[in-house]
Design a protein around this ligand. Structure first.
Ligand code: SAH
Length: 345
């Protein structure tokens, strides 16, 4: 039988284990600190525990820490890691440095079950959800790289890597608890963005649970037919439902929503498309991030012309909608939005 990963246990469960094995409870606090705060790879590294305690831990548990398989560095400073999980599956996570920030872009699933046609990850079958510790490890890894490569602390975390975070809800929430805990990485939830392609039921659940992180929605079109043609799941989860969920989110959290939006030639680059987006933005306080399209070898999708993007931006601004046009990062190493697909380096 395979051993339990000790990081699937809560602090109380580890305390119980020690008590049942004739040791004092405070040993659990020590172990917990090694596991999370210090992110050790094995029990031998827990140097303030006796050999015999380390031995019973080893007898009963494993630590399934992620392993870095490859590291690629972009000329703009972006670092992409392919990391191997205990069952040999791979996911990617990315460090994105800017003048004032260092952001970790984290994966939540191996592959993705959604089928957004413009996204490279959607070409990978969804193999499984990541466990909370596997999500946490990506952040801890990038936090270390941030110090090692840039001598600066990690400042922000975005769940914009592989997978749909809200389809792995419990594990994502659990990982954020540890990322924000003083017993973990102690990051502020306000520096975390969870990005979803828009699962109304889960957005409402998050609002009910009073989560403290920020929400981004990959909108890409505010017209049902257009959105369904590029994000087929929209057929069942219509924009009207998404809108209601987002209004609910705002009413409960009072936190504005970011819409991520790519503009493609001949798909969503007309004035009508822009006006539909304006209307959509009026339902709940929000802002729009227009992101650059990163090519994924699919001829259907071509970035809209600069003049059409400017037009969009103007229409949004005239309607007092806060809009930013974002440059892409790490394109040369396939580390940019929508390019994470475990391509060999
Ligand atoms: N599933 C979540 C998390 C992935 S985030 C979500 O959809 O939000 C990845 C972001 O990159 C999303 O906004 C996605 O729509 C966007 N994206 C996907 N493919 C892209 C591409 N080829 N170019 C630019 N952005 C892309």
């Amino acid at each position: 039988m395979s051993k339990t990963d000790i990081r699937s246990l809560s602090l109380d469960q580890i305390k119980k284990f020690f008590l049942e094995n004739g040791h004092q409870e405070y040993r659990a606090d020590q172990v917990y600190s090694w596991l999370w705060e210090k992110s050790v790879l094995n029990f031998e590294q827990m140097t303030n525990l006796s050999k015999s305690i380390r031995a019973i831990l080893k007898e009963n548990f494993v630590i399934n820490h992620i392993k870095v398989e490859t590291i690629q560095k972009s000329k703009d400073g972006t670092i992409k890691n392919a990391v191997k999980l205990f069952d040999d599956l791979l996911v990617e996570c990315v460090l994105i440095p800017t003048k004032n920030r260092i952001t970790a872009c984290i994966s939540s699933q191996v592959g993705c079950s959604l089928n957004c046609k413009f996204c490279a990850t959607s070409k990978l079958k969804r193999m499984r959800n990541l466990n909370p510790d596997e999500i946490y490890d990506q952040v801890a890894l990038i936090s270390d790289q941030s110090r090692d490569y840039y001598n600066r602390p990690l400042t922000n975390i975005v769940f914009m890597g592989m997978g749909e975070p809200l389809m792995n809800y419990n594990n994502v929430i659990q990982s954020i608890k540890m990322i924000t805990s003083k017993k973990g990485l102690g990051m502020s939830p306000r520096r975390i963005v969870v990005s979803t392609s828009g699962i109304p039921k889960m957005i409402k659940k998050m609002a009910d649970e009073n989560v403290k992180f920020k929400l981004a929605v990959s909108l890409h079109s505010a017209i049902d037919d257009v959105r369904t043609s590029i994000m087929p799941f929209n057929e069942k989860l219509k924009l009207s439902e998404l809108k209601l969920a987002l209004q609910y989110w705002y009413s409960k959290t009072k936190r504005i929503i970011t819409y991520e939006y790519v503009i493609w030639k001949g798909i969503n680059d007309t004035i009508e498309d822009a006006k539909a987006l304006v209307d959509f933005c009026k339902f709940a306080p929000s802002k729009v991030n227009i992101i650059q399209y990163n090519s994924i070898d699919n001829d259907e999708f071509i970035q809209a012309s600069k003049s059409n993007i400017d037009l969009y931006q103007n229409i949004l601004e005239k309607n007092n909608i806060n809009v930013t046009v974002r440059k892409s990062r790490g394109q040369d190493i396939d580390a940019a939005c929508g390019q994470l697909a475990n391509k060999p380096s």
